[in-house]
Design a protein around this ligand. Structure first.
Ligand code: PMP
Length: 296
């Protein structure tokens, strides 16, 4: 896939520049050691205009990811949101995936940098995992121990773990990986949170060993409106496999139904599941076809 062409513009440290001409330093700590923070955000063409879904929450998380890791973050969130809308306009994007990245200036030691850069880029991206129900496997790669990194920060280095898990799953013929935490409990996908359906209720891993997703929070809010009970708790692989169904959720994947976990096939049809109801509700929400704003 081509992420940019000769007309594409990105935002780099206060200026809009051609993606083809933008430069970074090869001596940066981010490139060598993965010491950088990023976000994944979607903008949707609604009936009114293009709207960035939960822009504030995403930029606040970017700031928090930097604070948690000691990456200098010197920008104003409102200003970044304004510049992101401008970025979409300049590229004439209506539906887009937006990628902010905070990265280091030249720095080769293992001391956190004193100065960082920010870039905002975007591209047009359809359904990340397609619209089908997914075949997933329990990955041999665990999520990093929360004592070995800042697990709640969206930092680049943590994604080596995600790439290893996804590659392993795809090599084995699955669509995606499900990672367990250091205690062997269900944690999350390589780039998405998981919800499990059993006897008309939803269950999702409690915070602590996962990236607490903005979509996860949105799903929990939608469940309040739709009167669906959600329990946040520790979840075993046996519980996952004995459930009625499950789905991943995240900014890129949105809501994606899970069909099989390893050799276990969910017998409940996706279209009859709570997940399918939430998939429709989420789509309506991001497209502003319904007004759940009272709660969200
Ligand atoms: N977990 C991981 C590891 C992720 O990379 C993502 C994507 N950011 C998520 C969960 C879902 O987060 P969000 O809903 O904020 O996109």
């Amino acid at each position: 896939m081509n992420y940019y062409n000769s007309n594409t513009v990105i935002y780099l440290n206060g200026q809009f520049v051609k993606a083809e001409e933008a430069k970074t330093d090869l001596y940066g700590q981010s490139l060598h050691y993965g010491f950088a923070a990023f976000e994944g955000i979607r903008a949707y063409k609604t009936h009114n205009a293009t709207r960035i879904f939960k822009a504030r929450e995403h930029f606040e998380r970017l700031k928090r990811s930097c604070e948690l890791t000691g990456i200098p973050f010197t920008w104003n969130v409102d200003e970044l949101i304004k510049q992101t809308y401008r970025l979409l306009e300049l590229n004439n994007f209506k539906d887009a995936y937006i990628r902010p990245l905070v990265f280091s200036e030249p720095q080769m030691t293992l001391v956190a940098p004193s100065q960082t850069s920010i870039m905002l880029c975007a591209w047009e991206w359809g359904a990340y995992l397609g619209d089908r129900q997914l075949k997933i496997c329990v990955s041999p790669f665990e999520r990093p121990n929360p004592k070995s990194t800042q697990i709640e920060a969206k930092i680049s280095g943590n994604y080596v773990n995600s790439i290893l898990a996804t590659s392993d799953a795809k090599n084995k013929g699955f669509d995606e990986a499900l990672l367990l935490d250091h205690k062997g409990l269900v944690a999350e996908g390589s780039g998405a949170n998981i919800f499990i359906e059993k006897n008309g209720k939803l269950f999702t891993p409690a915070k602590g060993n996962i990236l607490p997703g903005i979509t996860r929070a949105t799903i929990i809010e939608l469940c309040k409106v739709l009167d669906i009970e959600v329990v946040e708790k520790e979840i075993t692989v046996d519980f996952l496999k004995e459930a009625d169904g499950a789905f991943f959720c995240g900014t890129a994947v949105e809501v994606a139904g899970i069909h099989t976990v390893d050799e276990t096939v969910y017998r409940q049809r996706w279209r009859d599941s709570i997940g399918a109801t939430l998939q429709r509700a989420y789509k309506n929400l991001v497209l502003e076809k319904v007004n759940y704003e009272v709660i969200i």
